[in-house]
Design a binder for this molecule. Structure first.
Ligand code: ADP
Length: 456
C-alpha cells in the first residue's frame, strides 16, 4: 500500500486506549493507530463469519436468544425475512417485535445503535398491522430525507414480497399533480410532501393504524423537522393509531417531547456510552489548514476506493467544489446534496448503491439512516456543528454529537467493520473533536499525515 501508518500514537493516547478498551477489543483498539488495506478489504468480505459470532455474544446489539418464528410474525413475513438472508433477530428486533405486535396495540419509543435492525422492526409492524383486503392508507412512515424514504420503501417491498401489499411514496415529484386519492396501504415519505397530500385529502386517514417516525429525534426536534411532523400528526385520527418512534439517538431535550408525542409508549433505551458501535474504529488526521484537508483527501483516494466511502462536508458548495476539483484531477467521485433536483438525487444515490461510484461527497442530508453495506469508510471532512441545524444560531459552533454518531454509522452496518476519519486543522476543530470524544466516551486515534505528504 502507498500509505504507511504512524509508528505509534502519543503515549497518553496509548495508555487511555488501553485502559478504556475491553480485553477482547485490545487487539483491535491496539496501541498504534493504523488503517491498512487488509482491514478495509476484510471489512467488505469477511462478514458472515463474524456476524454469527456476534449474534452469539450476549453483549452485542446483534445478540438474541430467540428465532424469528418465536416473535409472532405471519408466515408470509417470515418467508420475506428469510428471502432477505436474515437468519436470527438482533437484540432490538427480539425485544421490540413482541411488544410492537401485541394487542391492543401500544406505542413504542425504540432506541438502538445505527445499523442494528430498527428498520426491519418497524417495517414488520406496518406489514403485520395492514389489512390487505382494504384499499385505504393504514400505515404512514416519515423519514427526514427522500433517500431514506426510498430505502425504507425498498425494505417494505422486500419483506412484503410474499404479501399483496400496496405502497405509495409521499416524496417530492413522485405523484402527478392531479392525483386525487391514494389507495395504497402503506405510505412512506418526507413531511413536506406528506402534509401537502393530507391537506389536499389525497391521503384519507380514517383507517390509519400505524404512524412511524424513523430518525424520530430529528423528526421531533424544533431544530429539525419538528413543526412539520406535528402538522402531520394533527391531521391523523386522535385514537387507535399506534405511534412508533425509532432512532439511534434521543438527546435529552427531545426525550420528554417524544413521550408526549407517543403517550404510554413501551421504551427501549440505550445508555450514553452504548450509543456508537465498537466495530467502527475512529481516527483523526491533523491537517495544517483548510487547503491541506483537500490534499489529504486526495492522498487518501486509494484507500477510499477499496470499499466505498462517504465524505461529509458542512456546506453544499464545499461538496461541489471538492468533487469538481477531484474530478478535474482524474478521480472518480460523485456529490449529493439537497440543492440538486429530485431525479438527479435519485440517480446519484442509486449509482452509489450499485457501486458504480465508490466515493460520495455529501452533506448532512444523508447523515442518517442510509444503509449501504459496502461503505467501509466515513470521512468527516468538516465536523458536524450545531449551527447546521435549522433554527440554530450561526455562532453555535459546538459539535453536533448526534449527527456525528449518525454519520459514522453509515459504516459498520450490522456488525461489519468500518473506519471513520475526522479532519481537524486548527485549535477550534481540535476542541470540537475532543468534545465529541468526551460525549461519546470513545477514543479517536491519531493517524500521521506525514507519509502522505512524502507522496506529493
Ligand atoms: P437500523 O435501522 O437500525 O440503522 P437496518 O434495519 O437498516 O438498521 O439494518 C442494517 C442492516 O442489517 C440492513 O442491511 C439490514 O438488511 C440488515 N439486517 C437487519 N436485521 C437483520 C437480521 N436480523 N439479520 C441479518 N441482517 C439484518
Amino acid at each position: 500500500g502507498f500509505y504507511n501508518p504512524a509508528p505509534a500514537a502519543a503515549p497518553t493516547d496509548t495508555d487511555e486506549a488501553k485502559t478504556e478498551a475491553k480485553p477482547e477489543d485490545e487487539e483491535k483498539a491496539g496501541p498504534s493507530a493504523k488503517i491498512d488495506n487488509t482491514e478495509l478489504i476484510n471489512s467488505t468480505f469477511e462478514v458472515s463469519v463474524t456476524l454469527a459470532d456476534q449474534q452469539a455474544d450476549s453483549s452485542s446489539p446483534l445478540y438474541s436468544v430467540k428465532t424469528f418464528e418465536e416473535l409472532g410474525l405471519h408466515k408470509d413475513l417470515l418467508k420475506g425475512i428469510y428471502d432477505m438472508g436474515f437468519s436470527k433477530p438482533s437484540k432490538i428486533q427480539e425485544r421490540a417485535l413482541p411488544l410492537l405486535l401485541s394487542n391492543p396495540p401500544s406505542n413504542m419509543i425504540g432506541q438502538s445503535q445505527s445499523g442494528t435492525g430498527k428498520t426491519a422492526a418497524f417495517v414488520l409492524t406496518m406489514l403485520s398491522r395492514v389489512d390487505f383486503n382494504l384499499n385505504k392508507p393504514q400505515a404512514l412512515c416519515l423519514a427526514p430525507s427522500r433517500e431514506l424514504a426510498r430505502q425504507i420503501m425498498s425494505v417494505i417491498i422486500a419483506m412484503g414480497k410474499f404479501t399483496p401489499v400496496q405502497t405509495e411514496y409521499a416524496i417530492k415529484d413522485n405523484l402527478p399533480r392531479n392525483a386525487t386519492k391514494i389507495t395504497a396501504q402503506i405510505i412512506v415519505g418526507t413531511p413536506g410532501t406528506m402534509i401537502d397530500l393530507l391537506r389536499r385529502k389525497v391521503i384519507d386517514t380514517s383507517d390509519l393504524r400505524v404512524f412511524v417516525l424513523d430518525e424520530a429525534d430529528n423528526m421531533l426536534d424544533q431544530d429539525g423537522l419538528g413543526d412539520q411532523t406535528i402538522r402531520v400528526k394533527n391531521s391523523l385520527p386522535k385514537s387507535q393509531v399506534q405511534i412508533l418512534l425509532f432512532s439511534a439517538t434521543f438527546p435529552d431535550h427531545v426525550r420528554a417531547f417524544a413521550s408526549k408525542f407517543a403517550p404510554n409508549a413501551n421504551k427501549i433505551e440505550l445508555q450514553r456510552e452504548e450509543l456508537s458501535v465498537d466495530s467502527i474504529r475512529q481516527f483523526y488526521m491533523d491537517c495544517r489548514n483548510e487547503e491541506h484537508k483537500y490534499d489529504i483527501l486526495v492522498a487518501l483516494y486509494t484507500l477510499l476506493t477499496i470499499g466505498q466511502s462517504i465524505i461529509f462536508c458542512q456546506h453544499r458548495h464545499t461538496a461541489d467544489r471538492i468533487s469538481a476539483r477531484m474530478k478535474a484531477e482524474g478521480h472518480h467521485v460523485a456529490s449529493l446534496h439537497g440543492a440538486k433536483d429530485a431525479t438527479e438525487r435519485d440517480q446519484i444515490i442509486d449509482r452509489f448503491r450499485e457501486g458504480k461510484e465508490k466515493v460520495l461527497i455529501t452533506t448532512n442530508v444523508i447523515a442518517r439512516g442510509i444503509d449501504i453495506l459496502q461503505v467501509n469508510m466515513v470521512v468527516n471532512y468538516d465536523l458536524p456543528l450545531m449551527n447546521e441545524r435549522s433554527n440554530s444560531r450561526a455562532d453555535d459552533v459546538r459539535p453536533d454529537v448526534e449527527t456525528y454518531i449518525h454519520r459514522i454509522g453509515r459504516t459498520g452496518r450490522f456488525g461489519r467493520k468500518g473506519i471513520s476519519v475526522n479532519f481537524v486543522h486548527d485549535r477550534k476543530t481540535w476542541q470540537q473533536m475532543e468534545q465529541i470524544e468526551v460525549q461519546t466516551g470513545k477514543k479517536i486515534m491519531r493517524i500521521e499525515t506525514n507519509d502522505i505528504d512524502v507522496m506529493e
